[in-house]
Design a protein around this ligand. Structure first.
Ligand code: SAH
Length: 365
């Protein structure tokens, strides 16, 4: 997989959609990015919240514990993580959950992960919890479930549409006259535009994450007969809008998505309004999104931070404070990153108040 590999693919297949391109780069072949690269962490291409501070995973663990209690402490309960990366979040979460009597005995840990390399790291980090791995959510056994997905949805392929000459087209990648990969307007196509969007200007781009639909539907199916709650944390926006967010990151910096296919992390912002619509169509209540900073502070970040500092050495204390600030500061990860919960009807996940559809989360029974 390389620039030449992409040129060969395009010479063979002609134009490919942006979604097909993302899929090919990230998970579509043996040497795709997520199957091969040491993506996450200081030595990788990008750093995620659990790698910034242990408090992130700990607070999410406490969230899962509170949700489990509000479900009536079901046993067994499937504790599912989508795209667990290095296993850091879950390892911090399980440590925090040790204080909750009965949870450990009830929880069955299931990890949805395509990367063999990351599975090996997860096996090391989470050996004590005997995880079971799956290629997709549908393979996780039925039953009450609590799901966690941090920076998972941004890695799922995005479809793009471009408005030119008064018509919407699928946005594609093809070879230009000099044989270089380039973005272009493909065949006319009807984008799944939500109601209330303004009329597009020439050149407007609309993104849809059709690839998230099977995952949200799978959560909805599970939630029909048993209590289910999913926490989705990612960077993105809360209201539908035009604009392109596809990005490539390598070595902690942005790069051209077409320059080094398979060598950089491709992702796109999550449209939480779109996930909300998918959730409602799948019979789920959606809560939030809340800005990540607000979400973590409401879950007790300051108290947790103080407790850790009180038993830390000076330089540890400094790094704990800096990490916590990075997660919550609106100019760092506090605002762009957002947290949203999807639940079966009748659950009220902390610290959310307003459910979607309106009233959808507040029903009892
Ligand atoms: N949640 C982790 C990792 C985020 S990176 C953290 O916060 O650090 C995205 C993760 O999703 C990686 O583990 C990647 O291998 C996994 N992933 C990406 N696409 C996937 C797919 N289609 N199916 C399953 N896992 C996927």
């Amino acid at each position: 997989m390389s620039r030449e590999g992409l040129q060969r693919l395009l010479a063979e297949r002609g134009a490919i959609s942006v979604a097909a391109f993302m899929e090919w780069c990230l998970t579509g072949s043996e040497d795709a990015y997520y199957r091969r690269a040491e993506a996450i962490g200081r030595s990788g291409d990008f750093v995620t919240a659990p790698e910034v501070s242990q408090i992130f995973g700990e607070l999410i663990g406490l969230w899962a514990g509170a949700v489990w209690e509000s479900m009536g402490r079901p046993s067994p309960v499937m504790l599912v993580e989508l795209g667990p990366g290095r296993g850091t979040l879950m390892s911090d979460a399980l440590r925090a959950l040790r204080v909750l009597p009965g949870f450990r005995e009830a929880a069955r840990l299931h990890l949805v992960e395509r990367s063999e390399r990351l599975r090996a790291l997860q096996a090391e980090a989470l050996a004590a919890a005997s995880p079971v791995w799956h290629e997709r959510l549908d393979d996780v056994p039925d039953g009450p479930a609590i799901l966690i997905a941090n920076e998972f949805f941004d890695a799922l392929p995005l479809s793009q549409y471009i408005y030119t000459g008064g018509v919407w087209h699928e946005r594609v990648i093809r070879l230009d006259t000099e044989g270089r990969a380039t973005f272009a307007a493909g065949d006319p196509a009807v984008p799944p535009l939500p109601a209330g969007m303004p009329s597009p200007e020439d050149g407007a781009i609309f993104e849809a994450r059709l690839s998230a639909q099977p995952c949200i539907e799978a959560i909805g199916r599970r939630a029909q007969s048993v209590p289910v709650a999913a926490l989705i944390v990612d960077y993105g926006y809360g209201r539908d809008s035009f604009g392109e967010t596809l990005q490539a990151v390598r070595g902690h910096g942005y790069t051209d998505p077409l320059a080094e296919p398979g060598e950089s992390d491709l992702s796109g912002h999550v449209n939480f309004a779109e996930l909300r619509r998918m959730a409602a169509a799948s019979g789920l209540a959606a809560w939030g999104p809340l800005p990540q900073g607000e979400f973590l502070l409401a879950l007790g970040l300051e108290a947790r931070l103080e407790r850790l500092i009180s038993s830390a050495r000076a330089e540890q204390a400094t790094s704990l404070v800096l990490g916590a600030r990075r997660l919550t500061d609106p100019y760092q990860m506090g605002e762009l990153f957002k947290a949203m919960a999807l639940t079966s009807r009748g659950l009220q996940p902390p610290p959310f108040t307003g459910g979607f559809p309106p009233g959808g989360g507040q029903e009892s029974g």
